[in-house]
Design a protein around this ligand. Structure first.
Ligand SMILES: Cc1cc2nc3c(=O)[nH]c(=O)nc-3n(C[C@H](O)[C@H](O)[C@H](O)COP(=O)(O)O)c2cc1C
Length: 328
């Protein structure tokens, strides 16, 4: 209710600034004793009976936070209070970098969408690892999404992903190799099967703790490339995240997320599901319990959202888990 009242005002302000202010408030609240419980109280009841085990990890419910919202892992102690069954932080790059010039985050309010060209603003893996080591593990499973610094040559990508992974390996329950962000030149070319095979080999070589490693795909992959990519990844990865944002739109330069991505992300999920039995996290345009149900029915083992949270507000995930529980 309160969010609906505040939304016109929030949406009149610069999108990235609102994200920073809101994250700042949550970061201040996070260390206070009982912060997660208070946030939970404010956002209502969670749906019950939705526990699920995927890649050997027990999830309290299948609805997670997608990468990009908490890039540096500052909010992991408080965000479970919104009802998430898991969190994915990142993308984290090996070295710190500030990302592209602002403005770089845009709302398309009528469409329930966002375009971003943030370009992996990241504190860097050492800093994020230090923060994670000083915090206790969040109350839900934690995924860590790995990106690549701008300007990294393709031949160095395996080594850089592996170094980033190594620094963070003990802190995450699962990891995602992000080779699908449209905002780092050349990154999506790493979905090409020989590049991807080298990246996965290097990361798995560093994977002494045997953490699940997933690959996040772009909805803009051509069918032939998709088949080769999935076949290669299935040999060395534990699953897939489907999908990242799309560049198939005629707005601002950047990746489109939210409602206009829904059909495309579902279509890609259906294709990937037909190619592999490995676990898949479905993401893209999910905003309601109905959306989550559809994506799970299309073959996702878990789902995530980002844009739906911006439009639906802090009670979104609780509404969704209640909806899923009611439909059982
Ligand atoms: C502002 C913004 C930043 C994002 N940053 C990342 C990122 O760093 N790494 C990543 O893998 N995906 C990133 N994403 C993509 C989301 O994780 C997700 O795949 C995509 O937005 C589709 O889901 P949605 O429609 O629920 O937002 C970002 C999305 C948005 C809107």
């Amino acid at each position: 209710m309160l969010y609906e009242v505040l939304k016109p005002w929030l949406f009149s302000l610069d999108a990235e600034r609102v994200h920073e202010e809101m994250s700042g408030l949550l970061t201040l609240a996070a260390p206070l004793p009982g912060a997660e419980a208070v946030l939970s109280l404010l956002t209502g009841e969670s749906g019950k009976g939705l526990e699920k085990t995927v890649f050997g990890i027990k999830f309290p419910n299948p609805i997670g936070l997608a990468a990009g919202f908490d890039k540096d892992g500052k909010l992991i102690s408080i965000l479970p209070g919104l009802g998430f069954g898991f969190l994915e932080i990142g993308s984290v790059t090996l070295e710190p970098q500030s990302g592209n010039d602002k403005p770089r985050l845009f709302r398309l309010v009528e469409q329930g969408a966002i375009i971003n060209r943030l370009g992996f603003n990241s504190e860097g893996a050492r800093s994020v690892a230090l923060r994670l080591s000083m915090n206790s593990h969040p109350s839900v499973p934690l995924g860590i999404n790995l990106g690549l610094n701008k300007g990294t040559a393709a031949k160095d990508a395996p080594k850089k992903y592996a170094q980033t992974f190594k620094l963070l390996a003990k802190h995450g329950d699962y990891f995602v190799i992000n080779v699908s962000s449209p905002n780092t030149p050349g990154l999506r070319d790493l979905q090409n099967s020989s590049e991807l095979a080298s990246i996965l080999a290097a990361v798995q070589d560093a994977n002494a703790l045997k953490k699940p490693v997933l690959v996040k795909l772009s909805p803009d992959l051509a069918d032939a490339d998709l088949a080769a990519c999935v076949e290669t990844a299935a040999k060395a990865a534990s699953g897939f995240v489907v999908s990242n944002t799309t560049i198939a739109h005629d707005g601002e330069k950047g990746g489109l997320s939210g409602l206009p991505l829904k059909a495309r992300a579902t279509e890609l999920l259906t294709k990937v599901r037909a190619m592999t039995a490995l676990p898949i996290i479905g993401v893209g345009g999910i905003a309601t319990a109905e959306d989550a149900k559809e994506r799970l029915a299309a073959g996702a083992d878990l789902v995530q959202l980002y844009t739906g949270l911006i439009y639906g507000g802090p009670s979104t995930v609780k509404r969704m888990t209640r909806g899923l529980a009611a439909a059982r």
